[in-house]
Design a protein around this ligand. Sequence first.
Ligand SMILES: Cc1cc2nc3c(=O)[nH]c(=O)nc-3n(C[C@H](O)[C@H](O)[C@H](O)COP(=O)(O)O)c2cc1C
Ligand SMILES: [Mn+2]
Length: 480
Amino acid sequence: MAFKNLRDYLNTLEKRGELSTVEVEVNPIYEIGHIADRLVKSEGPAVLFKKPKGSKIPVVMNLFGSKKRTALALGVKDLNELSNRVENLISADVPTNLWDKLRNLSKFKELSNLSPRVVSKAPCQEVIENKVDLYKLPILKTWPGDGGRFITLPLVFTRNPETGKQNCGMYRMHVFNKNTTGMHWHIHKDGALHYNLHKKRKKKMDVCVVIGADPAIIYSATAPLPEDIDEMVFASFLRRSPVTLTKATLSDILIPAEGEIVLEGYVDPNEDLRLEGPFGDHTGYYSPKDYYPVFHVKRITMRKKPLYTATIVGKPPMEDCYIGKATERLFLPIIKKLLPEVVDINLPIEGIFHNFVFVSINKQFPGHAFKVINAMWGMGMMSLSKIIVVFDEEVDVQNISEVMWRLGNNIEPARDIIFTKGPLDVLEHASSIPSFGSKMGIDATKKWKGEGFNRSWPEDIRMAEEIISLVNRRWKEYFK
Ligand SMILES: Cc1cc2nc3c(=O)[nH]c(=O)nc-3n(C[C@H](O)[C@H](O)[C@H](O)COP(=O)(O)O)c2cc1C
Ligand SMILES: [Mn+2]
């Protein structure tokens, strides 16, 4: 069942005992973020702060703060069901890849009614505020070393001037004053691509930022989709029902009609970049000050009684870790389509998604692990991953204890590790050069003769089946 909007999701959370309400006044400077941090660390509920100090607008946090809640947000019982949904879609009807299907919705029976609908009257435009003052919003400051207050869960809508296609990405925004913010789209992201295309044409760029929407829409802004796949189509697929959009009031950008708050404005590529940050980031470290474009807010539209959504990032586990787990499950079948030998993938949350990738494969030929490692370094955002480790198919890569045990036992470092160079995540801080450096691939599979291994590989220790059944049978007898 799709959630119509954020409120609908909150009602469901409340019914399930997954929403707490804080009635007393709390400060968006540090206090709210720290409460949310404690809640997410204890797999606690989502939380509605009714009285943020200095604003009339309530704050909602921790919407995705556990695997269970993230599954609910995305309309499934368990995150693994997401893999099944994508797999069914890829194999159903005419077998083709997911991207072609989402590009050509109308051609495919199972998707033809998922095109976003455009409506003219929208709740997100009930109130129109021309005197822009961002400080009326309960914008958080989350960590002591932060350079200011940041909008942490924004849905940033832009349009590709060449193709006319829209993009929606989540890029945090540093509030500079009452009507400007930073726009922290990393160089690898679609927002930055649209910026560069506008810069080439010396054109101002319309930007709309939506804060608060149904959870499938919020999630989709974080999904690493190819640039020409519209996040709102993907959200419609997740919701099993089309998203409703409406035209912004100052541009032709289409935004979620059921959104809470909309910042309408522009980014001017002819204008100088401005120092943004520092910001306590999802790596668990502060990302340093850096130069980013400035977003000018010209108008704010909103519901009559809007809600403000936010997140806190920092040392894992945080909410974005569970968002990332949904991505891992959704993208597994897509990776398998290209690399059928892949059995499972784990991007452990401690690796904050770009540091570690653990993959199990059905090994079929010498050097197979390196084939998979090299292929993954060539795939979308996976290309930013720093360390990839490949295991045999029987290894449960979700079990970190097993991963460590196999990894330590199965490698001869000089033989089984390769280094290469490539792009790195902008948040990577150990490389000598920003966003570029070395990567490590480790083959932790059993080594074969064809790989120059002439000793015999030992067997895993396992008890014989008949002894296991015997002991099962007699267990009660032993310990009366
Ligand atoms: C809470 C949260 C904050 C994020 N902040 C940023 C950010 O500031 N800059 C950025 O480039 N990506 C950020 N991301 C990751 C992007 O949202 C993600 O890469 C997404 O795919 C970008 O959309 P795009 O592929 O359309 O560019 C963030 C993700 C989450 C979950
Ligand atoms: Mn995109």
